[in-house]
Design a protein around this ligand. Structure first.
Ligand SMILES: NC(=O)CC[C@H](N)C(=O)O
Length: 304
């Protein structure tokens, strides 16, 4: 089956699940959409279904700011703030922070608490400079200079993100966050609200799939060790408390976001991105996961 046929076959799954509404602005997404883009190493991007819809990347920003923090500070400092272990809890769970005495830091950078800690490690004199650095990095990875923030989504989350706010103040209390908590949160809300389409995300995933190299210039944008760290953490933690099931059924490093996107890396071969905004209870795109299962099986892509 080709990509179009696989999209058509999975279209029925867009009727399952619900569009996120805890960030009010996200509830405006059209739940009928389904699209996929594939960027193979050394080839141009191909897409099927709804491929030109822009959505906010939300938690797909987490592996990207992790890469920046690793480039800026190195492994030792980054992993003094955040662990490398899955939680088995939901992405915005607060409960393990209270048992933090055993662990002293958020479990991993793919959950909200961990990503807020990583946001505090982005270098820059002001938040403006920091978000501009993040945008420029994503523009480079996606080969799209038009990448920007969706201000409505950003303001919507800033207004309603009290659970993230609570977690951030807790992290400040236990010494994980340095600096102004509201500013760190603001940067977190901004990078979650960066807008992209699946072609952009497939391009980004291709860099992680193809030795960290810019496909146009062959320049190494992400060193091998960082590719290894990020792809591994996406495999074990990228789909939150569904990462195990997803690893069994799809078997590829992936990161989902509550905007409805999933970015998937097929190491050595290609980057894939899917979009379908209706989510399951764990915050992952229902039709997107189903489509990735089909693609992985059809083309024999699981790394296991
Ligand atoms: N899973 C996600 O995509 C969550 C990101 C969202 N901005 C939040 O903090 O809740």
């Amino acid at each position: 089956m080709n990509l179009n046929e696989l999209v058509n076959r999975n279209k029925e799954y867009t009727k399952h699940g619900n569009v996120a509404n805890y960030i009010p602005e996200l509830s405006k997404a059209n739940p009928n959409c389904l699209g996929v883009a594939v960027a193979k190493c050394g080839e141009s991007v191909i897409a099927a279904g709804d491929s030109n819809i822009k959505f906010t990347i939300q938690s797909i920003s987490k592996p990207l700011i992790l890469i920046m923090a690793l480039l800026d500070y190195g492994e030792e400092i980054v992993f003094s703030k955040v662990g490398k272990e899955p939680t088995g809890d939901s992405f915005n769970s607060i409960r393990r922070l209270e048992t933090i005495n055993e662990f002293t830091k958020p479990y991993n950078p793919m959950i909200n608490a961990g990503a807020i800690a990583i946001s505090s490690l982005i270098k820059g004199k002001s938040n403006n400079e920091k978000i501009e650095r993040i945008l420029n990095f994503i523009r480079k990875l996606s080969n799209n200079n038009d990448i920007k923030i969706n201000m409505d989504v950003y303001l919507s989350e800033k207004r309603t993100g009290n659970k993230n706010r609570a977690m951030a103040y807790f992290l400040k209390d236990i010494g994980i966050l340095e600096g102004d908590v509201e500013e760190i949160l603001d940067l977190y809300f901004m990078h979650c609200s960066i807008e992209a389409d699946i072609i952009d995300l497939a391009n980004i995933a291709r860099v992680l799939a193809c030795a960290g190299k810019d496909p146009l210039t062959n320049e190494v944008i992400i060193p091998r060790r960082i590719v290894q760290i990020v792809n591994t953490l996406m495999t074990t933690c990228g789909m939150y408390d569904e990462s195990g099931e997803f690893a069994v059924n799809v078997g590829l490093p992936s990161k989902s976001g509550v905007g409805g996107g999933i970015m998937t890396v097929v190491p050595g071969k290609m980057g894939i991105a899917v979009y379908a905004p209706a989510l399951d209870k764990k915050g992952n795109s229902v039709a997107g996961v189903k489509l990735l299962e089909d693609i992985s099986n059809e083309y024999n892509l699981s790394i296991y």
